[in-house]
Design a protein around this ligand. Structure first.
Ligand code: UD1
Length: 341
């Protein structure tokens, strides 16, 4: 079975390509390399021994996307990651987000429909739940007013997919991720943010490396046990494996509805200070940090109820927070060595 992975040289995409190949799928990657590098294709090949096919173009280009589907008539399914994901940037440059994240999805779904490719796994986010009323968050929790254009693109994308499922034989699984961190055990692939990281984990590892002089902890007056915000951090390899499980469910015809939704998290919330402590424990290093004001738009606490994914999908996150922080550190050391060379 040939599977298209859009955004396959990105952080979650690359880990998913590895898991797909190791499960026997043939992968074609489409990525415009706007936030990743072609070297990732080599790294994937080093891990799996199989070089995925790679096409560099922007899915927001409708005619190029149409041409792609004509060039690859054997595609059976698509996993769609390609999108911009910096929450802050989406507030200052909303049109970039609506264009990149939605034009690409529309072109992709159009291409799939025209070429009778009807299986889609979509990369969504727990951001659709906003500030949840109840914890843990199950799939039936209400979708709240988006806090950023980025979050809004995920909500609109889910609706576009929903509507397409109603009028055709199109099948989709929407995966709502909590906070993916960590890197592949080989330390050959991982998260590689351009410029100053927005997210917590790469900021911690860059601080440990001496690239940043301290970490800013955004808020210590939340209504949480230690006052810092709580998230459900999930190892990126566990997350990647869930995509393979979802795809297999779809291809075996096991879906109960034409469109299914699963939360992907561990079910455990950790505070910002918990993550720092884990990092310090596994590396023996100290992370200098300063308590700052809350970051605008941040949710106080959110963690998943992963029961549906555990029971229906038959998938469970296995890796601990310490494994996540240690793998992120191993990867940071490799990246820093590469950048110095
Ligand atoms: C955000 C988005 C999420 C998106 C993800 C990937 C929201 C509500 N969440 O997750 O949808 O998929 O980014 O880009 O829009 N923190 C610090 N110092 C830092 C960085 C972060 O204290 O330097 C704290 C944050 O305040 C937060 C936690 O660490 O409490 C995690 O932050 P981050 O890694 O940026 O992820 P989210 O904001 O949860």
């Amino acid at each position: 079975m040939q599977v298209l992975v859009t955004g396959g040289t990105g952080y979650i995409g690359s880990h998913t390509v590895v898991e797909l190949q190791q499960s026997g799928f043939e992968v074609v990657i489409v990525d415009d390399l706007s936030n990743s590098s072609a070297d990732v294709v080599d790294s994937i090949a080093s891990i799996t021994g199989i070089r995925p096919q790679f096409e560099k173009f922007d899915l927001a280009d409708g005619s190029r996307t149409h041409q792609f589907f004509s060039d690859y008539p054997d595609l059976g399914a698509v996993i769609h990651f390609a999108a911009c994901k910096a929450v802050g940037e989406s507030v200052t440059n909303p049109l970039k987000y609506y264009r990149n994240n939605l034009f690409s999805l529309i072109n992709l779904v159009r291409g799939m429909t025209d070429h009778q490719v009807s299986n889609l796994v979509f990369s969504s986010s727990c951001t659709v739940y906003g500030n949840p009323d109840q914890l843990p968050v199950g799939e039936n929790a209400p979708v709240k007013q988006a806090l950023s254009p980025y979050g809004n693109t995920k909500q609109i994308a889910e609706e576009i997919i929903d509507d397409q499922c109603k009028v055709s034989s199109f099948r989709a699984i929407l995966l709502r991720y909590f906070n993916p961190i960590g890197a592949h055990e080989s330390a050959l692939i991982g998260e590689q943010p351009l410029g100053v990281p927005n997210n917590l984990m790469p900021y911690i590892t860059q601080t440990a490396m001496g690239i940043r002089d301290h970490l800013n902890v955004f808020g210590s007056d939340y209504h949480t046990p230690d006052g810092t915000a709580i998230r459900d951090y999930i190892h990126v390899v566990d997350l990647a494996k869930a995509h393979v499980t979802a795809l297999e469910r779809m291809l075996k015809g096991e879906m109960k509805e034409q469109r299914e939704i699963f939360n992907l998290g561990t079910g455990t919330g950790y505070s910002v200070l918990d993550v720092i402590r884990s990092f310090e424990r596994v590396t023996g290093m100290k992370i200098p940090y300063r308590i700052m004001d809350r970051r605008p738009g941040d949710v106080e606490q959110v963690w998943a109820d992963p029961k549906k994914a555990n029971e229906v999908l038959g998938w469970k996150a296995m890796r601990t927070l310490d494994e996540m922080t240690l793998s992120a550190w191993k990867w940071e050391q490799v990246v820093s060595r590469k950048n110095k060379a």
